[in-house]
Write a protein that binds this ligand. Structure first.
Ligand SMILES: Nc1ncnc2c1ncn2[C@@H]1O[C@H](COP(=O)(O)OP(=O)(O)O)[C@@H](O)[C@H]1O
Ligand SMILES: [Mg+2]
Length: 214
């Protein structure tokens, strides 16, 4: 779908928002799409990663901007959205004007969460914000995805089951597991699709997630 705006959002930090936003944006750009990655986190982690990518001269180059203020994010999105085919917003890890603006302007919010019950409870906050945003943005889709999922054990299933307590967010059965290749790639402003040595399992997980989203 053209012009899809995706926010990777959670009020919790460290769940993998920036990592997933980078991977999604770069993967779409590698597929030939005009992509804009908006860093809506004051901390600017995504901007830093893309600056490293730019300094290394890595292609495709990813258009990016940093708007930590909700009003500025709204204005710029409304002004520039027509120039891009895919827009990915990396939201900050707490309730902010930027997160709220991003939600009401998005077609889809992707909520990463981790396979620990405490992290699943953190989903309650973003679920409430999504419900609020829907009062304004009718049809906002919300998908929950396990990130840093365990490679073994039943924690993943327990976490997925716990998400059922939040009907505002639909569970996506395309978990991304905890993998060094993913962390290493993102630190260099790369998608795991570009990482060497190649991690086929990580690539398959990302591709499954992309297919579920787009
Ligand atoms: N699937 C993953 N496997 C391994 N490490 C990950 C994965 N996703 C994120 N990380 C690491 O977890 C930390 C937090 O991720 P980050 O994307 O910065 O979270 P957020 O943006 O939600 O604060 C980072 O050090 C990142 O490299
Ligand atoms: Mg982040």
């Amino acid at each position: 779908m053209d012009g899809k705006i995706i926010t990777v959002g959670s009020t919790k930090g460290g769940v993998g928002k920036t990592t997933l936003a980078l991977n999604i944006a770069i993967a779409r750009a590698m597929a030939g799409r005009d992509v804009w990655l908006i860093d809506a986190d004051r901390q600017g982690t995504a901007s830093t990663a893309l600056a490293i990518r730019g300094e290394a001269g890595k292609l495709p180059a990813i258009a990016t901007a940093h708007y930590a203020d909700g009003g500025q994010l709204r204005t710029q999105l409304q002004h520039q959205r027509g120039k891009f085919q895919d827009i990915v917003i990396d939201a900050g890890g707490r309730d902010s004007t930027a997160l709220r603006a991003a939600l009401v302007l998005s077609d889809l919010v992707l909520v990463p969460f981790q396979p620990r019950s405490i992290d699943v409870w953190a989903v309650a906050d973003i679920a409430a914000l999504i419900e609020e945003a829907r009062a304004v943005r009718d049809g906002l889709q919300a998908l929950g995805v396990l990130n840093m999922a365990d490679t073994a054990g039943s924690d993943n299933e327990d976490a997925a089951a716990a998400l059922a307590d939040y009907p505002a967010i639909r569970y996506l059965a395309t978990p991304i597991r905890r993998r060094k290749s993913i962390a290493n790639a993102a630190g260099n402003g790369l998608s795991v699709l570009e990482q060497t040595p190649r991690d086929d399992k990580a690539i398959a997980e990302l591709n499954a997630l992309l297919q579920a989203i787009y």
